[in-house]
Ligand binder design. Structure first.
Ligand code: PMP
Length: 361
């Protein structure tokens, strides 16, 4: 089917122009006579492309010069383990906001590597919907090595839009599902990491931005491929990187620059999300359970008033070219992920389908 809109939470829709370019040059990249997948990562043409991808990412996010940009393997979860081992000692206390399913996993992983993970707050179920513990109630520890949070919880559709600005410890953010979705002040963070398979490229790959002055003494058992300092010194080629993922991510960065960068991307993303939330809010039939202040612009979960209709909804949506709408297996319901590559027409098509589905019942 050519006109399918893919609402999958990840691996997710990638820009069509990028996929077309990759297809067109798959067998013969840059006149080399071989695929980019078949070329040494030490080949000068590959190295040039890889460096350009890093530069494009730096340009998009205006990454300050005192930050390393790393392209690593192991996706988002790899970083759940890499962060504590790289920037906290075994005897350290670290602070985590438990805002949803992914923060929970990050906490349980960090517990293996530090003395104490202090959970400062989490989700709250209030009469008017799901929210997060307000900043004034966070129970921060005195001496945390860092403060970790996930600004966009992919499963729950909950976001913390404000960057906490009064925390002494370096901020660490899991931005797997929101990096590159809108402008970001990187200088406010010590570490930003993201699994690639939403707004960046293929899965199993990760982008890490880390402030150089945090790279002191990693834990001794830290594996070399996860060691930020070793990877920084080797320009993320300590071991053979995922060359295809790096290449494809580079195409995505170029695409983002061409459409006008993160300002324009953010404008489009906010508009798409607004359209769907507006529709959900006026409906008696569908509902989103997150308070407006905490709503994600990337992942929008919704429920049907009549749960028995869910399967029919998903089948009919798929038949009409709207795929990937099934909610996460832990929470059920539906979820529309509106990442960068989803055009506004996809949101209009979804709303039209939802309207018809309801009317035909
Ligand atoms: N963090 C967040 C916010 C995610 O959404 C995901 C994946 N959906 C992960 C971490 C884990 O990423 P991966 O599967 O690449 O390890």
């Amino acid at each position: 089917m050519t006109d399918l809109f893919n609402f999958s939470a990840g691996p997710a829709m990638l820009p069509k122009e990028v996929m077309q370019q990759a297809q067109q040059e798959l067998l013969n990249w840059q006149g080399q006579g071989v695929s980019v997948m078949e070329l040494s990562h030490r080949d000068p043409a590959y190295v040039k492309m890889a460096r350009q991808a890093e530069q494009d990412l730096r340009d998009l996010l205006a990454v300050p010069d005192d930050y390393e940009v790393l392209f690593l393997q192991g996706g988002g979860r790899g970083q759940f383990a890499a962060v504590p081992q790289n920037i906290a000692s075994k005897s350290a206390t670290v602070d985590y906001l438990d805002s949803g399913i992914w923060s929970g996993y990050a906490i349980r992983e960090a517990e293996k590597f530090v003395n104490r993970v202090n959970v400062v707050g989490g989700q709250q179920q209030q009469a008017n919907g799901k929210a997060l513990t307000p900043r004034s109630d966070w129970k921060l520890s005195e001496d945390a090595a860092y403060f970790h949070y996930c600004p966009n919880e992919t499963v729950d559709g909950i976001a913390l839009h404000q960057i906490p600005d009064d925390i002494a410890a370096p901020l660490v953010a899991d931005m797997s599902s929101n990096l590159l979705s809108e402008p970001l002040d990187v200088s406010r963070f010590g570490v930003i990491y993201a699994g690639a398979q939403k707004n960046i490229g293929p899965s199993g790959f990760a982008v890490v931005l880390v402030k150089r002055d945090l790279l002191g003494t990693p834990q001794t058992e830290l594996s070399s491929i996860m060691d930020y300092q070793i990877q920084a010194k080797s320009s993320s080629m300590y071991n053979t990187p995922n060359t295809f993922a790096w290449y494809l991510s580079g195409l995505v960065f170029k695409w983002l620059k061409e459409i006008g960068g993160l300002q324009e991307m953010g404008r489009r993303n906010h508009r798409k999300a607004e359209l769907l939330y507006q529709y959900l809010d006026q409906s008696e039939f569908y509902r989103n359970e997150v308070q407006p202040e905490y709503r994600s612009i990337m992942n929008i979960p919704f429920q049907l008033a009549d749960k028995k209709q869910e399967l029919r909804f998903l089948q009919q949506a798929q038949a009409q070219g709207l795929s990937g709408l099934k909610g996460h297996r832990f929470v059920g319901g539906m979820r529309a992920s509106l990442y960068n590559a989803m055009p506004e027409e996809g949101v209009h098509a979804l709303i039209q389908f939802m309207d018809e589905f309801q009317r035909k019942l």
